[in-house]
Design a protein around this ligand. Structure first.
Ligand SMILES: *Cc1c(COP(=O)(O)O)cnc(C)c1O
Length: 388
């Protein structure tokens, strides 16, 4: 189909939820995508931090196809090897005790929030149900995770919201002010991604972890975007020297297929039991087989390479005309630029570079396998656009 035909059908038949850029992709290799317009694009977005090994990765495809040739779905009434293997690997790599699989970041967080309430209910009885989240956070689009999203812009139209969620500034004094005797959990992103790629400070994270421990408030770390090698360590919390009680991840874990995981650590290991929670598609064997292939390759050597690429990109960005500030960790990069970020993203696309925006910043989350050549090509397009 030609681009104009695709666009026409989309405009007529799809819910109007997305403001789309005028391009459709049909293939590519690693961080170079090909559009149906026959043009090539350097990808600094990887489908929003999803395609960690780029597109058309042979190893991942083989893992997925091998599973597809066996069985594509089994109900969670039965056992399935891909799910068991992936859960074991996730626990081995993180120190978590158990995993619940869903199909998205929102579902992973929904599971975490429900489990936090149950933990507290069983230990302290009714009423200790409050969730504290941070201002400018993003945790998903289901009603509970949307409520936990600390941005007013998302809170129009859909009320009444889930009761018992409150918002704090990312400093310990404000968390203490907002959290009360009725609080069961605090949920944080190590780097607030959607709101501009702002890392939490290490001092705040460790104070928060200490506070939560002391009050028996569960610390939920949302690594939906920051996880799976994105920041140069397997999970970003490792760089903060804290251990979560619950950690959620999704986006990059599946390498392109939908999967979400909610990881339970020591305190929360036994909270969810038979009948408490579930998902028809959760832990789908094809998604899990792909995720296993991704996770098993995110080893120390690979992560060191990610750190090297991050340094390389950041060094070049810091000295680029029109760049005011470079934020984030690893290959999750925020960029304060002179001029309007959205307009710059559009111009980049016209010249063959895909970038994301987050509030008034540019956001880069390229495939972790992006090559130096692809980085250089992308950056030279960005340089041209910023100079124009
Ligand atoms: C993307 C994202 C989510 C939501 O994930 P979906 O898969 O879109 O439901 C939740 N939390 C964070 C930090 C995210 O970046």
């Amino acid at each position: 189909m030609k681009f104009e035909e695709i666009k026409k059908l989309d405009g007529e038949y799809l819910a109007e939820t997305y403001g789309r850029y005028p391009v459709a992709f049909e293939g590519g290799k690693n961080a170079t995508l090909s559009g149906v317009d026959g043009k090539e694009y350097i990808d600094f977005g990887s489908g929003i931090a999803v395609n960690v090994f780029g597109v058309n990765d042979e190893v991942w495809k083989n893992a997925v196809v091998e599973q597809l040739n066996k069985i594509q779905h089994v109900s969670n009434y039965y056992y399935a090897e891909p799910q068991s293997r992936l859960a074991a690997l996730l626990c081995e790599r993180t120190g978590a005790k158990r995993v619940f699989f869903g199909n998205s970041g929102a579902e992973a967080n929904e599971c975490a929030l429900k489990a936090a309430r149950k933990y507290s209910f069983e230990k302290y009885g009714e009423g200790r149900h409050k969730i504290v989240s941070l201002k400018n956070s993003f945790h998903g689009r289901t009603l509970f995770t949307l409520t936990a999203t600390g941005q007013d812009a998302f809170h129009q139209y859909f009320g009444p919201f889930v009761p018992g969620v409150d918002y704090a500034e990312p400093n310990i004094a404000d968390v203490r002010r907002v959290a009360g005797k009725d609080t069961c959990a605090v949920i944080v992103e190590p780097i607030q991604g959607e709101s501009g790629v702002n890392p939490l400070s290490p001092a705040f994270m460790s104070a928060l972890s200490e506070f939560c421990k002391k009050e028996d408030i569960l610390l939920i770390i949302d690594e939906v975007q920051t996880g799976n090698g994105r920041t140069g360590t397997l999970y970003a919390y490792e760089q903060y020297n804290v251990v979560p009680d619950i950690m959620t991840t999704a986006k990059g874990l599946g390498g392109g297929l939908p999967i979400g995981a909610c990881l339970f650590f020591e305190k929360t290991e036994h909270v969810l039991r038979a009948g408490d929670h579930g998902s028809t598609f959760g832990g789908n064997p094809v998604a899990c087989a792909g995720a296993y292939s991704i996770l098993s390759r995110l080893d120390q050597d690979f992560l060191l390479e990610v750190q090297g690429k991050s340094e390389y990109m950041r060094a070049k960005l810091r000295t680029m005309d029109g760049v005011k500030k470079v934020t984030g960790l690893g290959l999750m990069i925020g960029l304060d630029v002179k001029g309007d970020a959205k307009a710059i993203a559009k111009k980049c696309l016209e010249r063959g570079l895909l970038v994301l925006t987050a509030h008034d910043r540019l956001r880069f989350v390229p495939p972790l396998t992006i090559t130096k050549t692809e980085i250089d090509e992308g950056l030279s397009i960005l340089r041209e656009v910023l100079q124009a």
